[in-house]
Design a protein around this ligand. Structure first.
Ligand SMILES: C[S@@+](CC[C@H](N)C(=O)[O-])C[C@H]1O[C@@H](n2cnc3c(N)ncnc32)[C@H](O)[C@@H]1O
Length: 327
């Protein structure tokens, strides 16, 4: 399949030239104090504490949903939350799709998901991650909803990895990972993803789990806000493209998508890519998003049915390699 674009889209890998330059941005103590003061006096930060939400980001998704109605209750929606940690968006998604919704969070950093949410610690720029997500939402992976472990902690990557191993030699595996559109559609028929949400970018303030191997490399690999406008812009475009790739692959027809972007030169290119996949694309700046921040959300509604006519080729390699979407 090919996504028709005027030029190849190359997702720059998350260990760009900037990381070799070893630019260290240090904040002086007055800037740090200003940041702490701002956090202390921030309405949304206080409100998040009162409502037991994991971060103020929750209010951004609430605003998006209030305006564009991504979620619905009682319709067994399946939601994929990319860059879910610390988990405020997952809390909102879980709450707004209860009681039958199913939420999977993916994050490169380790984080215990909120109650009722499943999670994988993985890099979205890795092919393996796409496989695990596809497996999670396939009809061959059964969630035991009434099992206490799931209720309290969700399912973790190891469960999916084990399942993947046992499936490897079977026809089911070939069905899940087939490139044949009809086979793939059949595989997802019973369990398509209804909503993909992505708030991926700067790391969450991690307090534990540093022993984890993946984490030791994660800070090098992941995007992290630097204050260098161009870098933040291009890296966030890469993460949005990676989220879009998953949406093209696994989101149901009519499904919705939202992603965070740090604005810059390539906004319009991303917007036009989204326009090829969705019927409507909106730009939205929630009031919970700080005025001085360049962050913006694209909200894309109604995945098109005619996507098969798109020519879309995707080469996802493993962890340290580049994702390339070719014309
Ligand atoms: C702003 S936080 C998300 C906050 C979250 N939406 C919430 O409501 O709690 C961005 C997250 O994106 C994750 N992230 C960044 N790059 C990633 C990547 N390549 N793969 C997976 N997650 C990534 C970071 O680890 C971080 O936890």
């Amino acid at each position: 399949m090919y996504l028709s674009c005027s030029r190849p889209i190359v997702l720059r890998r998350c260990q760009p030239i900037w990381s070799c330059l070893k630019v260290h941005v240090r904040f002086n103590s007055s800037a740090r104090n200003r940041w702490i003061d701002r956090q202390k006096n921030d309405f949304y930060t206080k409100e998040a504490k009162v409502r037991d939400l994991r971060s103020r980001a929750a209010f951004k998704l609430m605003e998006i949903d209030d305006k564009y109605h991504l979620f619905s209750k009682n319709s067994s929606q399946r939601v994929l939350d990319l860059g879910f940690a610390p988990g405020a968006w997952s809390q909102v998604a879980f709450d707004r799709t209860r009681p039958n919704g199913m939420v999977l969070g993916v994050d490169i950093l380790p984080c215990a998901p909120p109650r009722g949410v499943s999670s994988i610690q993985a890099n979205i720029l890795s092919k393996r991650t796409h496989e695990l997500v596809r497996l999670f939402f396939s009809k061959h992976f059964q969630l035991y909803k009434h099992d206490d472990l799931h209720q309290d902690h969700g399912y973790f990557r190891s469960v999916l990895e084990d399942k993947l191993q046992t499936l490897k030699q079977t026809d089911e595996y070939r069905e899940i990972f087939s490139d044949d559109f009809n086979v793939k559609t059949n595989m997802l028929e019973e369990h398509p993803i209804d909503v993909v949400i992505s708030d991926m970018y700067e790391c969450w303030p991690q307090t534990s789990g540093f022993w984890n191997n993946l984490t030791n490399f994660a800070y090098d690999r992941m995007a992290n806000t630097t204050g260098i406008a161009d870098k933040d812009h291009f890296m966030s475009i890469d993460l949005c493209d990676a989220a879009l790739v998953i949406a093209i692959d696994l989101l149901k027809v009519g499904g919705c998508f939202t992603c965070k972007l740090y604005t810059g030169k390539e906004d319009r290119l991303l917007e036009s890519r989204l326009g090829k996949v969705f019927n409507k694309v909106h730009r939205f700046k929630p009031s919970a998003s700080r005025n001085e921040s360049r962050e913006l959300y694209f909200v894309a509604l109604g995945k098109k049915k005619t996507l098969t006519s798109f020519r879309f080729s995707l080469e996802l390699k493993d962890i340290d390699e580049t994702i390339v979407i070719r014309e």
